[in-house]
Design a binder for this molecule. Structure first.
Ligand SMILES: Cc1ncc(COP(=O)(O)O)c(C=O)c1O
Length: 432
C-alpha cells in the first residue's frame, strides 16, 4: 500500500477520490500551479523563507498545553491542546496562507484571491498578502459576513477587499464558486489561495503539506512533555479538513494513535440540518473540482448545510479524508450545535480559553471519551482557532434559546443529545 505521504498519485487521486474536475479554462492554471508548487516547495531557499516567516512572524511552534483543570474536571485521560489558536491571526489557517502567498509571489503573481467561511482563512490571506505586498480580494457568503462581522472588519483593515456573495446558501460553498470564477477570468496575474484540503489537485496535497507542521511539532512536544510521541487518541474538527490533516498526517503511520475527525452535527439528522458528510447524509459526487463525499439530494443538487460554526458549514470534505475513512484509519463522528456551545463554555471556564466554535466540536468528543479512559492515557485535541470571532454568535445563540424556551440551556437533555454529563453540566447549569 502506498504510504500516505506519497499520496495523491500523479493524477491527483487519493484512491478513487480527488482529481481535477474543472472546465478546460482552469486546466492550464492548475497545471502551472502544480508545476510551481512541485518545483519551489523542494527548494532550500523557499523552505527557509517559509520556515523563518512561520517562526518569527507567525509564532511557530505553537504551544502544546496540558489542560490540567479540564482533565481534572472530566476525570480520565490527560488532555493536551495543540494551541493553533495562538498562531498569529488566531487560527491554523495562516500556515497555508503564508505558504501559498509566498508561492504566488515566487510565481510572479501580483494579486491573490481567497474564499472564507468563518473569516479566519480570509484574515490569514489578507495578512499574508499585506506581508508580501500583494493585492487581496476575499469572497465571503453574505450569511457569514453577518455572523463573522469582526473578521470582515479585520480583513478590511488589513487592506483586503471583501466581496459579499449573495447567491445560493450565501455561505462558504458560494464563496468558493465566486473565487473560481474570478480565477478563471484573472489567472494571468492572480493566484487563488484555497483555504482547505479541497478543490482540484494540487490543492488538497499542497494545503495538507503546508499544515503538516502542526502534527510534527505536536509529536516532538509530547515527547518532551509527556514522554511519548504517541497520544492514545488525536481529535480534530473537520470542515474541509485542513487542520485535521495538519495534525493527523504525522500520526498516520503510527497505528497506536486513534485518529478522530469531528463534523458539524448542526441541529438534526435530516439533510439541510447538519454538515456531516460521513454517515448517512453524504454520497459520492463532484464539488469544486474534486471527487469526494458530498451532501446532495437524490437529483445530485448540493444540499444546504447548517452549523453554528461557519467554518464547518460546507457540503463536501477533502478527498484524502474519504480514502482514510475507507481504510479505517480515521474515524468520523459528529457534534451538534448544542454540544459545541457546551464545550465552548467548558473550556472557557476550566482553562480560561475561548475556543473557536469549530474547535469546540473537537472538544465535545474529547469530553465524551476522556472520562472512560485511564488517567495514564492521552487525548490530543487540535485547538484550531480562538473564539474571539464567535463571541457575538455564542451570545446570540444563547439569547435565542432563552427566548424560545422556558427552560433555557436544557436542550441537550431534551433532545437526547449525547453530551457527556460533565459537559452537559455546563450547558444545563451555565457553568455556575
Ligand atoms: C478555527 C477554524 N477551525 C477549523 C476550520 C475548518 O476548516 P478545516 O477543516 O479546513 O480545518 C475553520 C474554517 O474556517 C476555522 O476557522
Amino acid at each position: 500500500m502506498a504510504r500516505p505521504r506519497l499520496r495523491p498519485d500523479l493524477q491527483g487521486y487519493f484512491g478513487p477520490y480527488g482529481g481535477r474536475y474543472v472546465p478546460e479554462t482552469l486546466m492550464a492554471p492548475l497545471e502551472e500551479l502544480a508545476r510551481a508548487y512541485d518545483r519551489w516547495s523542494r527548494k532550500r531557499a523557499f523552505k527557509r523563507e517559509l520556515r523563518e516567516l512561520l517562526t518569527h512572524y507567525a509564532g511557530r511552534p505553537t504551544p502544546l498545553y496540558h489542560a490540567k483543570r479540564l482533565t481534572e474536571h472530566l476525570g480520565g485521560a490527560q488532555i493536551y491542546l495543540k494551541r493553533e489558536d495562538l498562531l498569529h491571526t488566531g487560527a491554523h489557517k495562516l500556515n497555508n496562507a503564508i505558504g501559498q502567498a509566498l508561492l504566488a509571489r515566487t510565481m510572479g503573481k501580483s494579486r491573490v484571491i481567497a474564499e472564507t467561511g468563518a473569516g479566519q482563512h480570509g484574515v490569514a490571506s489578507a495578512t499574508a498578502a499585506a506581508l508580501l505586498g500583494l493585492e487581496c480580494v476575499v469572497y465571503m457568503g453574505v450569511l457569514d459576513t453577518v455572523r463573522q462581522r469582526l473578521n470582515v472588519d479585520r480583513m478590511e483593515l488589513l487592506g483586503a477587499t471583501v466581496t459579499p456573495v449573495d447567491t445560493g446558501t450565501r455561505t462558504l460553498k458560494d464563496a468558493i464558486n465566486e473565487s473560481l470564477r474570478d480565477w478563471v477570468t484573472n489567472v494571468r496575474d492572480t493566484h487563488y489561495i484555497l483555504g482547505s484540503v479541497l478543490g482540484p489537485d494540487p490543492y488538497p496535497r499542497m494545503v495538507r503539506d503546508f499544515h503538516r507542521v502542526i502534527g510534527e511539532e505536536a509529536r516532538r512536544q509530547l515527547k518532551k512533555q509527556a514522554g511519548t510521541v504517541s497520544p492514545d487518541v488525536a481529535i480534530a474538527c473537520v470542515g474541509g479538513g485542513s487542520n485535521a490533516l495538519g495534525l493527523f498526517t504525522a500520526f498516520i503511520d503510527d497505528r497506536k494513535v486513534d485518529l478522530i475527525g469531528v463534523e458539524a452535527g448542526g441541529i438534526g439528522d435530516d439533510l439541510g440540518e447538519h454538515a456531516a458528510r460521513f454517515g448517512d447524509g453524504g454520497s459520492l459526487g463532484v464539488l469544486h473540482g474534486t471527487r469526494t463525499l458530498v451532501l446532495q439530494d437524490d437529483e445530485g443538487q448540493i444540499a444546504a448545510t447548517h452549523s453554528v460554526s461557519a467554518g464547518l458549514d460546507y457540503p463536501a470534505v477533502g478527498p484524502e479524508h474519504v480514502l482514510l475513512a475507507d481504510e479505517g484509519r480515521i474515524e468520523f463522528t459528529r457534534a451538534n450545535d448544542v454540544e459545541a456551545i457546551g464545550a465552548f463554555d467548558l473550556l472557557a471556564r476550566t482553562e480560561g480559553i475561548l475556543p473557536a466554535l469549530e474547535s469546540a466540536h473537537a472538544l465535545v468528543h474529547a469530553a465524551r471519551i476522556a472520562p472512560q479512559m485511564s488517567r495514564r492515557q492521552i487525548v490530543l485535541v487540535n485547538l484550531s482557532g480562538r473564539g474571539d470571532k464567535d463571541v457575538e454568535s455564542v451570545q446570540r445563540w444563547k439569547a435565542e434559546r432563552e427566548s424560545e424556551t422556558a427552560e433555557p440551556r436544557t436542550e441537550a437533555a431534551r433532545t437526547g443529545v449525547a453530551v457527556h454529563p460533565a459537559a452537559r453540566q455546563w450547558v444545563t447549569e451555565g457553568g455556575e
